[in-house]
Design a protein around this ligand. Structure first.
Ligand code: SF4
Length: 472
């Protein structure tokens, strides 16, 4: 069978679909599958509001949900919503949790709809109109969700029908590929793309690529990567320093020397701008397709937690934290932060674009706090920058994520074994906590959330202390 999800996977990468269907035992189910599950969960949530909306219409009986269509060729389509006309023709509604219609890979919603339309038509029904139902990006929650304001019904009949012929051919090609007992498994096209394009099957299809390879080099241009691949040069010690940029050289140097690459001038530049006390700050945020907080829109990131470690020049050390007990606009969070951060001193984050964007958004939402929040933006420095060219260990494998840096430079601190160990889990955990009726379970979730966020800023403090020892 070829489902709509399979078909979209085929469009992104035929080989990965073949592996999933023909060799499920070796197919790696990884993070990308988790992301797909999140999209599906959000889609069902949006569907509930679509149901509520159409139930209030005079022609409510004409609508149905989750109808299944199976064809003799092996197509399997489950339509999110259908409207049946008196003449027997059908309108198809694809329900999405995005805030616009996506018409390109990796998730081309028009192709989704074309697949549905083809499957429905092959069962003998006439498809009249095709809609993509998505979220209204300008919707702002104010009390109960208003489905009519939240949802946009985009009539995409013309664009989808224009894709039918091409999609029919692609479906035929996909079915033909899945019928093949063997394919060339000796490599795949992502050899020519950077690591961000690789799926979890990369290692399976490219077993000869060394663990430390050219794919660890950040921002490698497509032309440079293609030339290394054409030469069969994948190992880092096959690349000359003058072939790569200043950002990429430290990784090769660290690999060849077998020791961390340290640029003291870079580290001096970072330390030199700092002003005590140092405020190590981290936010956790919640974003959902359907906003759960008044004043927020679809997919908007709403901060619900911060952890702040304050380090004085004399070594004095303090921890302050805030965790919202219920969905709310983050004014109490800002007030708690204002009470903890003084008028002077640098704010240290990891990947400052995230915290600064939240600070700017909150400054807009609370104009009376704008001076404070925009002041934080001015005072914020990014500890992650040190690990781009100032200190590079080959064990980071080209990453500057705190999850990669911490275990190398401060191995005694670890996220391992924590009930909540990453931002997505924190989001889920907080959602469960605010909806949990059992006080004991609620307290456990609260504790896990506080521990996780506290470790994020404690990790930054320890990493900073490590950097300071290098500086002398
Ligand atoms: S890594 Fe290979 S299998 Fe995965 S998407 Fe890229 S080409 Fe396809």
């Amino acid at each position: 069978m070829l489902s709509k999800t399979d078909f979209i996977q085929y469009l992104n990468c035929p080989k990965s679909l073949w592996l999933k269907q023909r060799k499920p035992d070796v197919y790696p189910e990884g993070e990308q599958s988790e992301y797909a599950k999140k999209l599906a969960r959000e889609g069902y949530e949006v569907e509930r509001y679509v149901q509520r909306l159409v139930q209030s219409r005079p022609d409510a009986d004409a609508y149905s949900f989750q109808d299944v269509f199976e064809t003799g060729e092996g197509l399997y389509a489950r339509a999110d919503m259908l409207r049946k006309h008196e003449d027997g023709s059908i309108d198809i509604f694809e329900i999405k949790s995005s805030t616009s219609v996506k018409d390109s890979n990796p998730h081309n919603q028009l192709k989704d709809a074309a697949f549905q339309a083809i499957a429905v038509a092959k069962t003998g029904r006439e498809v009249r109109n095709i809609f993509i139902v998505h979220l209204n990006k300008d919707y702002i929650r104010d009390g109960e969700i208003d489905p009519a304001g939240l949802l946009i019904f985009a009539d995409e009949t013309a664009r989808v029908k224009g894709l039918i012929e091409e999609t029919e051919q692609q479906i035929e090609d996909a079915l033909s590929l899945l019928g093949e007992a063997t394919i060339d498994e000796s490599s795949c096209t992502c050899l020519n793309f950077s690591r961000s394009h690789h799926c979890d099957s990369f290692d399976y299809f490219n077993p000869g690529i060394p663990e430390r390879s050219i794919y660890a080099l950040p921002r490698l241009s497509g032309a440079k990567l293609a030339s290394f691949v054409a030469d069969g040069r994948f190992a880092l010690d096959q690349i000359q320093l003058d072939e790569v940029t200043r950002l990429q050289q430290p990784i090769i140097k660290a690999y060849i020397s077998g020791a961390p690459y340290i640029d003291l001038a870079d580290i001096e530049n970072f330390i030199g701008v700092l002003k005590y006390p140092l405020y190590f700050l981290d936010y956790e945020t919640y974003a959902s397709a359907v906003p759960i907080v008044d004043g927020a829109g679809p997919q908007e990131q709403v901060p619900f937690q911060f952890s702040l470690h304050v380090l004085q020049e004399d070594g004095g050390f303090e921890h302050v934290e805030y965790l919202a007990d219920r969905p709310e606009q983050p004014r109490p969070l800002v007030e708690a932060l204002e009470g903890a951060i003084g008028a002077t001193g640098s704010v240290i984050t990891w990947n400052r674009a995230f915290e600064n964007t939240r600070n700017k958004e909150m400054a807009e939402a609370f104009p009376d706090k704008a001076d404070f929040l925009l002041g934080l933006v001015e005072r914020t420095v990014d500890l992650m920058d040190v690990f781009k060219t100032g200190y590079v260990d080959i064990r980071f494998n080209g990453s500057t994520s705190i999850k990669k840096v911490l275990p190398v430079v401060v191995p005694e601190l670890s996220y391992e074994g924590m009930e909540i160990a990453d931002g997505t889990a924190a989001m889920d955990g907080w959602n469960k906590m605010v909806n949990e009726g059992d006080p004991e379970k609620r307290a456990l979730l609260r504790k896990a959330l506080l521990e996780y966020c506290k470790l994020d800023t404690l990790a930054m403090v320890r990493i900073f202390q490590f950097v300071r020892t290098l500086h002398g």
